[in-house]
Design a protein. Structure first.
Length: 638
């Protein structure tokens, strides 16, 4: 089977990227220029080997592309965030740490282990045809060859072995998991009192001097500062918009149809069942003769009673994948789905016919053709609108390519205005007010961080030049000109006096709430009487009631050794919460299936053990990560 893998040179990339390996694709140094632009700068180091910014960028592009394929509607801004880039770097470091551990610990994967995983792992089910061959139609287009797949799968399995021993050592017995889940599902009866700033606002009477001082305090400047904004004009060259002005003659549409008739022909597919008697191609002749004799017997049997083919296949076929289905292989195309001798025989049959014995590298087959579909050509009228759209799109794209250079050159050469390019190409000049970062609802060119970087550049703001032409989407160019700029600034005090006063009152009222809360908490601890707290709730992690996560955490962490147990905390928005734990109650009923709970506990323990071991490996391999500096550098370069 694996010999067949090695023979195919264009396989496996999609499956490898999606199912096997994380996106740890690292690009090497691209010559002297990388040293000049910082691409060769180290962003991390593992076992004396650096990870460059170029490698990090490549890994992040791979991860982003994979996520786009899996989630087409994913917001692109999320993929460009500092958190997403940091995750890419963390993944890359993990891969390098495991690679180094494999080398130092001399982990190896035998050919038999490799073959066993490939043939039995469910994640490869889509690759395995019912007759044991590869789904070459799915994989060939991905550009992965057999040796590359084998090498990377071997590397991946070796890396798994680094952590597997630690993870498999986790203790997940029923008693331990029961104790852990008892603690997790524990309930507590609690009495509560919330002191909100609103209760103390009437006591706060700030003077005009207090309000003025609060406004002028540099620590509060960010609360009132107005952001820098630019009023811009911009023009867009868009291939999609150019389609509207394209007309196509009927003759051209028909010519296109004739020239591309094969595109409108539904590929023929055939459905067949088979009976396989396995024999290795390198087996002795005597063994081959025995297998052939057996298959000849079965052929005579099904030729005599064709309706019995499925039953004979169920009882005798040695193809584990299809025997249980009566040998059914479902529909498959002419090429790349089955090995050539098998496909040639199947496509030579008529529905219902049974082939002679067919020999392939897997053994001897008997094939029965059960159905044929496809092979029909759609009429011109049925695909006319599709053709017109395609031709118009091609012509618009060609026109766009012709105009793009003119667009870029004109906005650069006549940089004091966008009017020349608008008149030359018949484009409309639009206007907008923008900030350095795209607004949450920004769309099209106004969502382009690259355009905004140019808008707020020195050349645009001080020299009053057009921005260069910026590609903000496929076949979409934009250029902008700043007509008015307002730097970040503090507003006039009178314009925001009411807002300043409101914030100061809230701040002082919150301070009074905290002061009153801490005093009351001290008195309650001294009296050990929780009845002064009016609200009573029974809460747990699974049933938090009205408690915020912060308050719930404090309640569940309170010392239950001696009850009542009092806690007080600032709970957000200026409020202060006092809580008294009065009872500790067991979990209510069976909150989780014991067997499943034990599995989950063992899984969590395994993850914790693996994470701890990984951290130890990072220390042992002298791993360093320059994440904050690297992230800033990488972001500025994109």
């Amino acid at each position: 089977m694996f010999d067949f893998v090695r023979k195919h040179n264009r396989l496996f990339q999609l499956i490898l990227l999606v199912l096997i390996l994380p996106s740890f694709v690292a690009l090497g140094v691209n010559g002297y220029s990388n040293f000049m632009d910082g691409s060769n700068a180290a962003v991390a180091q593992v076992d004396g080997q650096k990870i460059t910014r170029a490698e990090w960028d490549a890994a992040h592009r791979q991860q982003s592309e994979r996520l786009r394929q899996q989630q087409p509607n994913l917001d692109p801004k999320l993929l460009d965030s500092a958190e997403a880039r940091q995750q890419s770097l963390d993944n890359l470091v993990l891969d390098r740490v495991l690679q180094a551990a494999v080398r130092k610990q001399h982990w190896q994967v035998s050919d038999e282990q490799l073959k066993h995983v490939f043939l039995t792992d469910p994640q490869f089910a889509a690759l395995r045809q019912p007759d044991g061959s590869l789904n070459a139609a799915l994989l060939a287009s991905q550009g992965m060859n057999g040796p590359m797949f084998e090498r990377r799968l071997r590397d991946n399995m070796a890396q798994e072995q680094v952590l597997r021993g630690v993870m498999n050592s986790a203790i997940g017995g029923g008693t331990l998991s029961a104790q852990a889940f008892d603690a997790f599902f524990q309930r507590r009866e609690v009495r509560l009192l919330t002191l909100s700033p609103a209760e103390f606002a009437a006591q706060v009477k700030p003077t005009d001097g207090d309000v003025d001082a609060y406004f002028k305090d540099p620590a509060n400047a960010s609360k009132f500062q107005l952001p820098e904004v630019a009023q811009i004009e911009y023009v867009v060259l868009d291939a999609e918009a150019l389609k509207a002005g394209v007309t196509v003659a009927e003759k051209d549409l028909k010519d296109y149809y004739e020239q591309n008739r094969n595109r409108y022909t539904v590929a023929e597919e055939r459905r067949a069942s088979h009976i396989l008697i396995k024999v290795d191609k390198s087996a002795p002749e005597a063994e081959k003769a025995k297998a052939r004799a057996r298959v000849e017997e079965l052929l005579a049997q099904v030729q005599k009673a064709p309706a019995s083919f499925a039953e004979v296949a169920r009882k005798n076929s040695q193809d584990e994948g299809s025997a249980s289905r009566g040998g059914d292989l479902d529909f498959f195309p002419r090429s790349n789905a089955m090995v050539e001798p098998f496909a040639a025989a199947a496509y030579a049959l008529k529905p219902g016919e049974i082939s002679k014995v067919v020999e392939t590298e897997y053994g001897f087959h008997i094939i029965q053709l059960t159905a044929v579909r496809g092979g029909d050509t759609k009429s011109f009228d049925s695909v006319r609108s599709e053709i017109e759209n395609e031709v118009r799109k091609q012509l618009a794209q060609k026109r766009y390519a012709e105009l793009a250079e003119t667009f870029s050159n004109t906005v650069y050469e006549q940089s004091d205005s966008l009017k020349p390019i608008a008149e030359k190409l018949g484009l409309s000049i639009r206007s907008a007010q923008v900030q350095r970062k795209p607004s949450a609802d920004a769309q099209g060119p106004l969502a382009s961080t690259k355009l905004l970087d140019h808008v707020f550049s020195k050349d645009s703001l001080q020299n009053k030049r057009n921005t260069e032409a910026v590609e903000f989407g496929p076949s979409q160019l934009v250029a902008a000109h700043v007509t008015e700029y307002k730097p970040a600034r503090m507003p006039a005090f009178d314009d925001v006096k009411a807002q300043v006063t409101q914030l100061l009152v809230a701040r002082q009222a919150a301070a009074l709430a905290v002061k009153a809360g801490t005093e009351k908490l001290a008195a309650l601890k001294a009296s050990a009487d929780p009845t002064a707290l009016p609200e009573v709730q029974t809460v747990s992690r699974m049933q938090p009631g009205k408690l915020s996560p912060k308050v719930l955490k404090a309640v569940l962490q309170a010392d239950a050794g001696k009850l009542p147990s009092f806690v007080g905390l600032e709970a957000g928005e200026g409020s202060y919460v006092i809580a008294a734990v009065t009872q500790v109650l067991p979990r209510e009923g069976q909150m989780a299936d014991p067997a499943r709970a034990a599995q989950q506990y063992a899984k969590a323990w395994s993850a914790a053990e693996a994470n701890a071991y990984y951290k130890a490996l990072k220390v042992q391999l002298k791993t360093t990560i320059k994440a904050p500096a690297a992230a800033a550098s990488a972001a500025s370069s994109n």
